[in-house]
Design a protein around this ligand. Structure first.
Ligand code: HEC
Length: 160
């Protein structure tokens, strides 16, 4: 038992040193433990994907849609368009609220780019909603048509 434990601390000590030296005193909160914390902080950092909508470049976008529109639409979806509040941060949908926009099942249009624009522009009345909740026109925002077109472009890419 003891021996097994004794071989490890050296390893942890080195790791701990690297962390202390690497991150400086500011990162020391809670140090002095037995190294258990190091196990988690040791996780490698996930590489950031290139910022400009990389997925969009891989699919054939509908006529008139550019990768810039998709990127802009993504910002709108998670920002001023407040779509994420009902459809989830990645469009995966939320129980009793917005539909899943990432699957190939379209409840309120044929799922074409034009169809998606039409749904977003008009909204979904409660009696047609499978969740029982309505979606008000433009998600309840004043988004102008060009921004609706952009957010629709982004939604279009989610299921492709
Ligand atoms: C207040 C909640 C709410 C907000 C905000 C909202 N939606 Fe919806 N959305 C819904 C509901 C509810 C439905 C219908 C769900 C159902 O029938 O199950 C829906 C349906 C949709 C559909 C049709 C999906 C299909 O399968 O045909 C699209 C596309 C859509 N929303 C996009 C958007 C976009 C883009 C925004 C932001 C501009 C947005 N929504 C904002 C609640 C919302």
């Amino acid at each position: 038992m003891r021996e097994a434990i004794r071989t490890r601390p050296r390893y942890w000590a080195v790791l701990a040193l690297v962390f202390v030296v690497g991150f400086g005193p500011a990162a020391c909160g809670g140090a002095g433990g037995d190294g258990a914390a190091t196990e988690e902080t040791g996780a490698e950092t996930t590489p950031e994907p290139a910022s400009e909508a990389p997925a969009a470049a891989e699919v054939d976008l509908p006529d008139g849609v550019t990768a810039e529109m998709v990127a802009q639409g993504k910002q709108i979806f998670g920002g001023v368009g407040i779509c994420f509040t009902c459809h989830g941060q990645s469009g995966e949908g939320m129980p009793n609220l917005g539909a899943n926009l990432t699957d190939s099942q379209w409840l309120h249009s044929d799922g074409s780019y034009e169809g998606i624009i039409a749904t977003i522009t008009a909204g979904v009345p409660a009696e047609k909603s499978t969740s029982g909740s309505p979606m008000v026109a433009r998600g309840g925002t004043n988004l102008p048509d060009d921004q609706i077109a952009a957010v629709a472009a982004y939604v279009w890419t989610l299921s492709r």
